[in-house]
Design a protein around this ligand. Structure first.
Ligand SMILES: *Cc1c(COP(=O)(O)O)cnc(C)c1O
Length: 396
């Protein structure tokens, strides 16, 4: 199928049909090629494949038909020239940076990051001679001031985990590009449906497919998407030679997850907005962080760079850590879990789980207070979720 054909398709069609490769059996559903290797018709053919003179699969560490289908579907939905699937979201983030950075390079990153992303930026990269500057991602002047002649990349997520702060993708991309730096965006919270960072100047987009793309809490996976040049010159060899590859089975689960992604997102984010409004009115809730609320400090930015406000929110209750724990322990339907983007609604206490490793002053700087809870809205009936939280707030 020609690439141009996709140009006229809507997102839902792309997610059902994009990148499908049919085998000789003409199967309706995408086939699962659970194979590590491939056989060749002849010794000459094996030689030609290794030389790159003959098209075809060689080894599933870097090529597999099911993984290709997942990569191609993600390319189509993102509008990216190329991409590679990875074993986890963290493998994707790490690969996206390590594949092209060198000792002596500098990167600027937002402070508010998923805990493991912050480890990669703050602890891992400096061990290999990459200089880093952390900034408040909301502060455009801070991004400008942090740029240096050796700045090779800027990195951020938007909305951020756990407090749903936004970064103005276009404004930061303009600053980065003026300085010749690549813009790498972790788009997990927004998903490929609700925000298209490349339309605002991002060069590389990373996903944890573990979250909304699987969306049913089963498999780990990730994806890095970028230009043909980025993938050919850097990412492909990094993936091929170091091997953070996704299992074909997990890629198949993700591929099927993509088909229902818009339906699941629409249902969950409709509930999310109503739950956020309920929480905002509740006397035992001090603050609700949800980009869809008029009270969110960056609501206008959310409207301009997102097509929906997502399924994630955080809220601060009137009380301390014990009160937050009492609320979690009183939940009946909602589970206590640090995962997100699942069909099951999940509540987490970031200060003692996902962001436990941060120092107290770092937590304070990111508004990760002892009374903050992060909530991933699932597909249960909205009234049951509101009722569950309402009863649990009674225990606060
Ligand atoms: C979960 C998550 C990751 C890491 O993904 P894994 O699949 O768990 O490795 C990275 N970034 C963000 C924003 C996440 O929420």
């Amino acid at each position: 199928m020609s690439k141009d054909k996709y140009a006229t398709w809507g997102d839902a069609t792309k997610l059902v049909h994009g990148g499908t490769i049919r085998s000789e059996f003409g199967e309706t559903s995408e086939a699962l090629f659970l194979t590590s290797g491939y056989v060749y018709q002849s010794a000459e053919s094996a030689e030609a494949r290794f030389k790159g003179d003959e098209e075809g699969y060689v080894y599933s560490r870097f090529m597999n038909p099911t993984i290709s289908m997942f990569e191609n579907r993600m390319k189509v939905i993102e509008g990216a020239a190329d991409g590679r699937a990875t074993a986890t979201g963290m493998a994707a983030v790490t690969a996206s940076l390590l594949c092209f950075l060198n000792a002596g390079d500098h990167i600027v990153s937002a402070k508010a990051l998923f805990g493991s992303c912050r480890y990669v930026v703050e602890k891992l990269l400096p061990r290999f001679g990459v200089e880093i500057t952390l900034v408040d991602g909301r502060d455009i002047e801070a991004w400008k001031a942090a740029m240096k002649p050796n700045t090779k990349a800027v990195f951020f997520e938007t909305p951020t985990n756990p407090t749903l702060e936004l970064v103005d993708i276009q404004a930061v991309a303009d600053i980065a590009h003026e300085n010749g730096a690549l813009v790498v965006v972790d788009n997990v919270f927004a998903t490929p449906i609700l925000q298209k960072p490349m339309q605002f100047g991002a060069d590389v987009v990373c996903y944890s497919a573990t979250k909304h793309i699987d969306g049913q809490g089963r498999c780990l996976g990730g994806m890095v998407l970028g230009s043909e040049e980025y993938v050919t010159d850097y990412l492909h060899d990094y993936m091929r030679q170091t091997g953070p590859s996704i299992s074909p089975f997990n890629a198949w689960v993700m591929l099927k997850g993509l088909e229902t992604l818009p339906l699941r997102l629409n249902q969950a984010q409709t509930s999310a907005l109503n739950i956020a409004r309920f929480l905002e009115e509740h006397p035992k809730v001090n603050k609700v962080h949800y980009p869809g609320l008029e009270s969110h400090a960056q609501h206008d930015l959310a409207k301009s760079q997102m097509s929906g406000f997502g399924t994630m929110m955080a809220f601060e209750i009137a009380g301390d850590k014990d009160a937050a724990f009492r609320l979690e322990n009183a939940l009946e339907i909602i589970s206590i879990s640090n995962n997100l983007g699942d069909t099951k609604s999940l509540m987490t206490h970031p200060a003692t789980t996902t962001h436990q490793r941060l120092e107290d002053d770092e937590k304070a700087e990111l508004s990760i207070t002892p009374s903050l809870l992060r909530f991933s809205v699932g597909l249960e009936d909205e009234k049951d979720l509101i009722n569950d939280i309402d009863i649990a707030l009674g225990a606060v």
